[in-house]
Design a protein around this ligand. Structure first.
Ligand SMILES: C[S@@+](CC[C@H](N)C(=O)[O-])C[C@H]1O[C@@H](n2cnc3c(N)ncnc32)[C@H](O)[C@@H]1O
Length: 238
């Protein structure tokens, strides 16, 4: 199903297109012990900024998947330019053609909310090794949002519902994850400084208007919708 907000991110080729931006990514991976023999999956990889960083920084094997063709083209271009051998998949994270228990680590930066959450989490626990772990950055409601606001979010971002922290934890537990830990970070959903863009030609003016709407939304509701960084393990792990 098409999603105008995600199309916008693809046309503008925004790197670090998640709350906190790429600087949050760097902060998260300061403390992660990813080994060169690990196989890492970056879901909804966008233009591949994080996937490239992981391959370069940890020397690990990386697979990057995204459902958006433009994102995948931009990611491939980046990996080629950087001389990185990253497996790139144009596909849907809700239903991946990947064997069970393939990955040691999964990173998801502002992706799961845009999908059927249960389907995606279930699929991620399927492809994660039993001793594997996952980190996700997700938009999170700070309080019960009015129906009107939930509708506004759905319309702007094409998502079903903004979950609160308790709901995220419950969904993770229901779909095969355990030992859920909140990684503490500044949680304010400010429009992050865009550090990187890879802009397509001839972008419709409608997408500039949509970007304005996004910035305005965050200014107005950023105190009600922030984000969490959650780390979790496969439920079958010890
Ligand atoms: C907000 S962007 C984040 C991109 C990237 N993770 C980043 O932080 O820059 C969400 C990404 O998830 C991708 N995406 C959304 N639904 C997806 C799905 N069902 N399967 C795979 N990718 C998906 C979008 O195409 C988009 O690239």
């Amino acid at each position: 199903m098409s999603n105008s907000y995600l199309d916008l991110l693809a046309y503008f080729g925004i790197g670090g297109a998640h709350p906190g931006g790429f600087s949050l990514t760097l902060e998260i991976f300061e403390n992660e012990k990813i080994q060169p023999h690990h196989h890492v999956l970056d879901i909804g990889c966008g233009t591949g900024q994080t996937a490239a960083f992981l391959a370069k920084n940890f020397g690990c094997k990386v697979t990057a998947i995204d459902v958006n063709q433009i994102m995948i083209e931009k990611a491939k271009k980046r990996f080629e330019n950087d001389g990185l051998e990253i497996d790139v998949i144009l596909g849907d994270v809700q239903n991946m053609n990947i064997a069970d228990h393939t990955f040691d680590f999964i990173i998801s930066e502002s992706v799961i909310s845009f999908t059927n959450i249960d389907k995606t989490l279930h699929e991620l626990s399927r492809v994660l090794k039993e001793d594997g772990s996952m980190i996700m950055i997700e938009m999170t409601a700070e309080q019960i949002l009015s129906e009107k606001l939930q509708r506004k979010v759905s319309k702007l971002y094409g998502i079903d519902k903004v979950l609160n922290e308790k709901e995220w934890v419950l969904r993770l537990e229901q779909n095969g994850f355990q030992k859920i830990r909140k990684i503490s970070t500044p949680s304010i959903l400010v429009p992050s400084d865009i550090e990187e863009m890879d802009i397509s030609e001839n972008i419709s003016i409608d997408f500039y208007d949509l970007w304005e709407e996004h910035i305005h939304f965050i200014e107005q509701y950023g105190h009600l919708i922030k984000y969490r960084v959650l780390e979790c393990q496969h439920a079958a792990g010890t």
